[in-house]
Design a protein around this ligand. Sequence first.
Ligand code: SAM
Length: 343
Amino acid sequence: MTEEPHPTDDAAPLAAVVARERAETAADALREEGVYDEDRGVRPFGDDAVALPVIEPPTETSIREVVRQEPRPRLRTLDDHLRERGWTEAERERAPSSWAVVGTVVLVDVGDSPRPDEVGEALLALHANADTVLARHGIDGERREPDAEVIAGAGDTETIHTEHGTRYALDLAEVMFSPGNKAERARMGEEVSEDERVFDMFAGVGYFTLPMARAGARVTAAEINPASFRYLLENAKLNEVHDRVDLYRADCRDVADGVDADRVVMGYYEAWEYLDSALDALVPGGIVHMHEATPNALVFDRPIDRLRDAAAERGRAVEILDRRRVKGYSEGVAHVVVDARVA
Ligand code: SAM
């Protein structure tokens, strides 16, 4: 990839050069430092790096070098890029309106967009720290396997995504990742206390397990999908929490009866079907976080009633501590979570 000329005049804008795989963490650090320039885009730099726009040379963030860049109008939106490619207004209206950058992969639902490959190329131009665009057509079945295809770029769907300091290695063509759960993943790390015992029944690649273990909890995690479990193992080492987690590639119902947990996390849309096992594992006075995909008209009543009924069958009372909408699940259906203390 040819590098752009380096203008010498002092008026030319600055950029901090970092290895491409460090782009997300370095950009976060530059923002922390208050030098990241949100008005300019990230540009490729050589074959393995990117140039992050800065308003002045950083002093704390580790970078390769600071360079000056040719000023150029930023094509700020996907619409700008597609217009530049000659798309008509009617075609541009069918282009995707949202996507997510997960590590070095752009995840997008192309819907009925014309020429998905051109959408992919435009998204790569928008996100220089990405090298692959993966079109996702949905997530299926109990094991939540993505139906996805590469529409642009190198085709490397395995990446490391970093958020709130937690690192998630995963192959986005193999295992699910929900960008919309980001706040909930961070919240789980804030809810736990040092050395409390947690049972994460539907662990995936460690979406909740890792932030909780990094916060000092001792986590027993169950995950039935071999591909997700492989990343769960890898991520425990990657985040240096392997001494605080017990990981089981198993059905959570087969793990539950050996567990005494102060907190049980049920991050699965049909979690209510597993309440027997969850309550088996939860010590009296423990806390459960029960997720559900709930029709808007039934939001919060249905999951709360299900929780209360399952506890009542065991002579246990429920105190609702919190109820949250995590994100939209589908048309008219919300992804919700209910937090409750069970006596
Ligand atoms: N809890 C994570 C979150 O909310 O981001 C992951 C959610 S993902 C939708 C649910 C995970 O549970 C999948 O990785 C799936 O393979 C796993 N799973 C489904 N049924 C299971 C079971 N009976 N025991 C253990 N894991 C299960």
